[in-house]
Design a protein around this ligand. Structure first.
Ligand SMILES: NC(=O)c1ccc[n+]([C@@H]2O[C@H](COP(=O)([O-])OP(=O)(O)OC[C@H]3O[C@@H](n4cnc5c(N)ncnc54)[C@H](O)[C@@H]3O)[C@@H](O)[C@H]2O)c1
Length: 357
C-alpha cells in the first residue's frame, strides 16, 4: 500500500479548501494540520476536515515546528510565498507552492536555491497542465504530430472578473500585479509546457488599468473572491497584451484580462508546420490538420472523474513518496517569473526587453 502522506495546509480559504477537498475526494493525502491567520476559515476547515485543535495553527512557523506532517501546501497571498516555501523546505518538508511562484523572479531564484539544497520536493501549482486535454496535446507534440511548433497564442479574458476588488489580489504590495501575475502565469506555463519551448528571450508588452479604480465605479457582476471592498486598494493592471520571442524559432502572443469591453474567452492555441491545436478553457481539444488534399478538424472529447485539482494532489503525493518527479518544477516556475518581470518592465519602459536566461 502507498505510504500515507501527511499534509499541512497554510492558508485554508479558497484554494486551500479546494486542495483539501481534492485530498478528501481522492485520498491523495491526509490533512494532518491546517494554518490560517484568520479564525473563521480555520474553524470552518477544522470542522469540515476533522482536524483536532492541536493540529490547527495561526502561526505557520509553529505548524512547521510542531505538527506531524511530511508536506506543506502554501496557499496564501503571493507576498508570503517566498518566506513560507523556504521555511518549509528548510524544515525538511515537501512543498506544494501555489502560483505565482513568488512576487518576482528574484524571489523565485531564492526559492529555487532553497529547493536545490532541500531534501524534500517542490511542486508548483500549475494546475492547467493537469487537464486531460493538455496532457493529450503535449503527447501529440512530443510524438511530432504537429511538426515544428513556431507560434503560441494565449488568450484569457474576463469581461468583468476582477477577483476580490479592493482586497489583496488588487493590492500591489500583496500580489505584485493584476491578471498577468494571477492568470498569465497559468497560460504561459501551459503554452511552454505543451510546446516544449522554455527559453523566452525577449518581450514587448503593455499593461493597462482601466476598470478597477475608483472601486465604486466598477460594474460588479461576479467575483472569485467576494464583492468589491469599497474602502480597499486597487493599484494593479486589469489588462495585459504582448509578444514574446523564443530566440528566432518561436513566438507567443498574449492577451490576459480581468476586465475588458469584450466577451469573455479563454484558449491556448499552438501552431506547428504539420498541424495546429486549440484548447478552449477546460473544454475540448481541437487539432487542425491535413489528410491528403483535405483539411481536417479533429475534436477530442474528454470525460474524467478526477478534476485537474484532484490530479495535481495525487501527483504531488506520488512525488512526495519518491514515485515520480514533481510535475511542475521550481526551475519552470522561475522561467515564468522572469517572463512576468520582463513584461512589466517592457510596459513601464515602452520598449522590448531582453529576458535573462
Ligand atoms: N491554482 C489556482 O487555480 C488558484 C486559484 C486561486 C488562487 N490561487 C493562488 O493561491 C493563493 C491564495 O489565493 P486564495 O484565492 O485562496 O486567497 P484567499 O484570500 O481566499 O485565501 C488566503 C488565505 O490565507 C490566509 N493567510 C494570509 N496570510 C497568512 C499567513 N501569514 N499565515 C497563514 N495564513 C495566512 C488568509 O487569512 C486566507 O484565509 C494565491 O497565491 C493565489 O494566486 C491559485
Amino acid at each position: 500500500m502507498a505510504k500515507n502522506v501527511k499534509l499541512g495546509i497554510i492558508g485554508i480559504n479558497s484554494i486551500g479548501a479546494t486542495h483539501a477537498n481534492a485530498c478528501v475526494k481522492t485520498g491523495a493525502m491526509e490533512i494532518a494540520a491546517i494554518c490560517d491567520v484568520a479564525a473563521e476559515p480555520l474553524e470552518e476547515a477544522a470542522k469540515k476536515y476533522d482536524v483536532s485543535a492541536s493540529a490547527c495553527f495561526k502561526d505557520y512557523r509553529k505548524m512547521l515546528a510542531e505538527a506531524d506532517i511530511d508536506a506543506v501546501a502554501v496557499c496564501t497571498p503571493n507576498v508570503f510565498h517566498k518566506e513560507m516555501a523556504i521555511a518549509a523546505l528548510e524544515a525538511g518538508k515537501h512543498v506544494f507552492l501555489e502560483k505565482p511562484m513568488a512576487m518576482s523572479a528574484a524571489e523565485g531564484a531564492e526559492i529555487l536555491a532553497a529547493a536545490e539544497k532541500a531534501k524534500g520536493v517542490l511542486q508548483m501549482g500549475m494546475v492547467q497542465r493537469q487537464q486531460a486535454q493538455a496532457a493529450e496535446l503535449r503527447k501529440l507534440v512530443t510524438e511530432g504530430k504537429l511538426g515544428e511548433i513556431y507560434h503560441m497564442h494565449t488568450v484569457l479574458i474576463r469581461r468583468r472578473g476582477i477577483p476580490g476588488l479592493g482586497g489583496w489580489f488588487t493590492t500591489k504590495a500583496m500580489s505584485n500585479g493584476g491578471p498577468l501575475i494571477d492568470l498569465g502565469v497559468h497560460w504561459f506555463d501551459l503554452a511552454m509546457h505543451i510546446s516544449g519551448h522554455w527559453n523566452p528571450t525577449a518581450v514587448s508588452a503593455k499593461t493597462y488599468a482601466k476598470f478597477g479604480s475608483p472601486i465604486k465605479d466598477y460594474t460588479y457582476v461576479s467575483m472569485w473572491a467576494g464583492p468589491p471592498k469599497l474602502d480597499g486598494v486597487c493599484d494593479v493592471e486589469d489588462y495585459a497584451t504582448g509578444f514574446v520571442r523564443f530566440g528566432d524559432k518561436a513566438t507567443l502572443s498574449f492577451e490576459i484580462a480581468w476586465a475588458a469591453n469584450t466577451e469573455g474567452k479563454a484558449f491556448v492555441e499552438i501552431l506547428g508546420d504539420k498541424g495546429g491545436a486549440r484548447i478552449v478553457d477546460s473544454d475540448d481539444l481541437v487539432v487542425f490538420g491535413e489528410e491528403g488534399s483535405r483539411l481536417t478538424d479533429v475534436k477530442y472529447g474528454f470525460h474524467t472523474e478526477a478534476t485537474s485539482y484532484d490530479q495535481q494532489m495525487l501527483k504531488f503525493a506520488a512525488a512526495c513518496r519518491g514515485e515520480i518527479p514533481p510535475v511542475a518544477t521550481a526551475k519552470e516556475g522561475l522561467t515564468v517569473m522572469k517572463l512576468i518581470d520582463a513584461i512589466y518592465t517592457s510596459s513601464e519602459t515602452n520598449k522590448e526587453v531582453v529576458i535573462p536566461g
